[in-house]
Design a protein around this ligand. Sequence first.
Ligand code: AMP
Length: 454
Amino acid sequence: MSFAETGLEPKLLDALSSAGYETPTPIQIEAIPPALEGRDVLGIAQTGTGKTASFTLPMIQRLAKGRAKARMPRSLVLAPTRELAAQVSENFEKYGVNHKLTMALLIGGVSFGDQDAKLTRGVDVLIATPGRLLDHFERGKLLLTGIEVMVVDEADRMLDMGFIPDIERIFKLTPMTRQTLFFSATMPPEIQRITDQFLHNPARVEVAKPATTAETITQRIVKVPPRDDRAKRDALRALIGHKDVKNGIIFCNRKTTVDVVAKSLQKHGFNARPIHGDLAQAFRTETLDKFRSGEIQFLVASDVAARGLDIPDVSHVFNFDVPIHSDDYVHRIGRTGRAGKKGAAMMLVAPADDKHYKSILETIGAHSIAELSVDVDAGDNRPRKAKRYENKDADEKPKTIRPKSKKAAELDTGDKDRKSEKRSRRDGDNNGRDGAVVGLGDHVPDFLMRVSAN
Ligand code: AMP
């Protein structure tokens, strides 16, 4: 099927060909026609499938007729994080080049003043994170009674972040006559309940998850000693210093770890920057732009900050921490090996991670992930010097087991300060348990670590 056959108008077809897109993706083939008919759509698809265009394109076509009134946006897109919201707005700019639609982006970390000024002038498209949208609403700055189309993007992520009550409230503030386009990678019962309640006879469109064990992604694990973040940082440096690593995203489970790892890598001369929900929006945007352009080689990221980001050319993904939710593993490694390119995903696994590691194996339907042996060169951890990593089938056990520090143990188990986690979720990052910082990794390791198959 061609884009023209989906029913899109010539102006959009021109924009698509300027963007270099020739054929629609499966979700676009299935979602665009019912959306153009004005039907509700329930799209079960994750990022990387082309889902953003599958709601952006029909919205532009529908909104082309009519004009926005002050403080009464005509359409609303809700996204779980600032970055994702910003990405959706880039899609509107790209596909809407031949239209004169007005747009506002309501995200945290940006001044209310500028956002208010846009709302006052009237917008066709409002893209927002739920918290910031409700802040504006409560301050009497906007009305949602003029919404013709509402999109909920990455609903399951909203659920993880505790946004579902906000979403329900927002739905109730919009007119019953709206068209709803609702996207989620998975359909847990809470999401099903919302769609049953707020969608009217939706066209259900489901596209297969991109295979997690995609042939283009080489997956490896590296075993590390128990409760030893320093050893993990040493192993990480050995991995990222390898000559094949062009660039990479290093995932950590918590914001505090993101900061520690980024600082440690910088100290060791790596071109790395952190990205997580507590950092200023301007810094996050600049970091992403620089990473995309190649000015920054390594992004140290939390899940939420990186979720759904469209970064085309990542050679490696490193899981500094084993993700607690196995779905996050799928999302993390999906940052590499995109569009048929080769990619590699490596994960540091400590004994305490066993439970989560097993659940990842279950999710990806694998018995095991091949192990990699890492030689940490005790004398030099600078990036320029080549580090070695290779597949090993030797059967030695890790040689170094460091003494367990109490604070490190707290970080490992990750069950500290749940309140702070809840607080940080509202701000667009769900992994902010504020564990104590243990060391900064400027210590040259004095061990040689070999890791092996079980
Ligand atoms: P998404 O799943 O919306 O995050 O899109 C993933 C990537 O696919 C983005 O870089 C899009 O710009 C790109 N994309 C979307 N639709 C198409 C298409 N029909 N052909 C090629 N690339 C596309």
